[in-house]
Design a binder for this molecule. Structure first.
Ligand code: FES
Ligand code: FES
Length: 169
């Protein structure tokens, strides 16, 4: 992390941050006040991660940081220096959707879609750690992600279907 400029009050420092985002080494200029969510959306143009509550309650901004599921609205951008970040934009392989993305579509596990990137990333983090979760484990894991539209059952079913598909593959 490199300091580029400091404001008179020292409150709006501009910093250069370098991190691996979805497999690419990226460097960008951020305010020292930026959250990771703000850096992703406003500095890097990666708008897949959504801002729901901006206070850690809804999970819409979920990303994986060094293997851990985090709410990017609660992580300072400066904290990600040297880290590896996976966002929803990193789930598909080119035109090939991730099995979770396909299952969410097939099961209609989304309506307005605001919560969906966060659910997808949280589901990926679950299956990365536990390829065969029980329904209870999936519901518990996804308890930090809120959805106002779907009633959750379709999401839980989609995770189960993707988990089975990924095991068979
Ligand atoms: Fe981050 Fe809601 S926007 S938890
Ligand atoms: Fe609308 Fe989840 S699909 S909030």
């Amino acid at each position: 992390m490199t300091t580029e400029a400091t404001g008179a009050s020292g409150a709006s420092e501009q910093i250069v941050i370098t991190a691996n985002i979805n497999g690419d080494e990226r460097s960008w200029l951020s305010s020292s006040r930026d959250s990771l969510l703000e850096a992703l959306r406003e500095r890097l143009g990666m708008t897949g991660s959504k801002e729901g509550c901006n206070n850690g309650n809804c999970g819409a901004c979920s990303v994986i940081m060094d293997g851990r599921l985090v709410n990017s609205c609660l992580v300072m951008a400066a904290e990600v220096e040297g880290s590896t970040i996976t966002t929803v934009e990193g789930m598909a392989q080119g035109e090939q959707l991730h099995p979770l993305q396909r299952a969410y579509l097939d099961e209609a596990a989304l309506q307005c879609g605001i919560c969906t990137p966060g659910f997808l990333i949280a589901s990926k983090a679950l299956l990365d750690q536990n390829p065969s979760p029980t329904e209870e484990e999936t519901r518990f894991w996804l308890a930090g992600n809120l959805c106002r539209c779907t009633g959750y059952d379709k999401i839980i079913r989609a995770v189960d279907i993707a988990a089975n598909e990924m095991k068979e593959a």
